[in-house]
Design a protein around this ligand. Sequence first.
Ligand SMILES: Nc1nc2c(ncn2[C@@H]2O[C@H](COP(=O)(O)OP(=O)(O)OP(=O)(O)O)[C@@H](O)[C@H]2O)c(=O)[nH]1
Ligand SMILES: [Mg+2]
Length: 404
Amino acid sequence: MSAPERFILAGVYTENAQISAEDSLGELEELTETLGARAVGRITQSLTKPHPAHYLGKGKLAELKELIEREEADGVICDDELSSAQYRNMEEALGAKVIDRTVVILEIFARNARSAEGIAQTELAQLQYRLSRLSGRGAALSRLGGGIGTRGPGETKLETDRRRIREKLASLKERLGEIAENRAVLRGKRERAGETVFSLAGYTNAGKSTLMNLLTGAGADARDALFATLGTTTRRFELPSGGGALLTDTVGFIRKLPHHLIKAFSATLEELRWADVLIHVADLSSPVMEAQAEVVRQTLDRLGLGGKPVITVYNKVDLKRTGEPVRGLEISAKTGQGRETLLEAMEAEARKLRRLVTALIPYDAGALLNAVHIRGEIVSEEFREDGVMITAHLPADLAAWVAK
Ligand SMILES: Nc1nc2c(ncn2[C@@H]2O[C@H](COP(=O)(O)OP(=O)(O)OP(=O)(O)O)[C@@H](O)[C@H]2O)c(=O)[nH]1
Ligand SMILES: [Mg+2]
C-alpha cells in the first residue's frame, strides 16, 4: 500500500458561525481520515465570506504554501465547496493538490455505496459536480493519478468529456427512475396495510442504524464511520399495544451537505416524505450536538419536511458524563436503555395519527367493533345483513386491524 496522502485543512469562518473553526475542522479531519488520508496541519481565517478568487486571502494563501512545504503535504482540503476559479487560482498559487469538502464527501459516498440505487445516485452526484466544474477545470480534471478526487467516473478531453458525461447522466437518470418506480409499488403495498411509518433522521454517526437494529432486529450496518448507511431499509416491528408499525433507516445528514448529493439522493430522501413520524436521533456524546441538531432541522426544512411530527431522542446516554442535565427522551441504542419509553412515545404518536377507513365489519367481530367505537371517530355506519359498513377515522394500528 502506498503511504497515505497528507493534507493541510483550510477553513474560512465568520465570527458568529454556528460552530467554531476548531470543531468544523475537526469534522473535516474525520472526513479526511475516513478516506484513509492524513490531516497534518490546519489553517483558518476569519472572513465574512471566502475570498471569491482564491478562498483564503492573499496573505493566508502564502502562509498555506509555506505550511504545505514545511509539512511535505500533498495539498490542501478546503472546508467549503470551491468555485472553478477558486480551484484554478489556488492550484496555480500553491503548485499542490486542491480539494474541497464536497469532493471529500462525494468520495466517501462513492466508497460506501452498496446498493444499485446508492451507486447510481452517487455517480450521478459526482458527474453533476464535475460537469459544473468542467468549464474552468478541464485540464486539472483530466490529470491522471491516484488519491482523493481522482477516482470515480473517468474522463478525457473537455468536449468529449461533456458529451460523455451528459450521456452517462441520461442513462443513470433512467435507471434511477426505474428503481424509484419499483419503490413506489412497494410503498403502495405498505400503505394499504395501514401501518404507521416511522423514519429515522439525524446527523451521520448519531446511531440511527443501531437504533433500527434495537427496535426491529434488522441487522443494519452500524459502525463507527461517517455515512455507513447510504440506502434505505424498512422493517416491520410491533408497538407495545401489539399494533404493527414500520421503521425506515436512511442516509445521515452533515453540515454543508453538497446540493448535488441532496438532488441525486432525492429518491432515498423521498422515503422521509412518506413517514408519518420522524425520529430525530441526536448524539449526546458529541460536543457539538446542538449545532448538529440544528443542521438536521435545517436539512429537514430544506427537504420540505419541517411540518412532520418529530420525536427527538438523545442517544448514547451511556456515554454521558454524570451530573449533566437531562435533555429529554434519553436512550442508548447500544445498551437498550430507554427503549420502552421510546416505544411508548412512538405509540402515542401513532395513536394521534388517524386514517379514514371504510370497511365492512362482521357482527361476530365484536371486539373489533367495540374498539372502533371506543378509539375511532365514526363518520357513518350502515347496518347490513352481513355486518356493519363503517366509515371512520381510526388510529393506524386499528385501521390495519380493520383492513385485515
Ligand atoms: N456508546 C454508544 N455508542 C453508540 C450508541 N448508538 C450507536 N453507537 C455507535 O455509534 C456508531 C455509529 O452508529 P450507527 O448506528 O452506524 O450510526 P448512523 O446514524 O446509522 O450513522 P450513518 O449511517 O453513518 O449516518 C457505531 O460505532 C455505534 O456502535 C449508543 O447508544 N451508545
Ligand atoms: Mg446508519
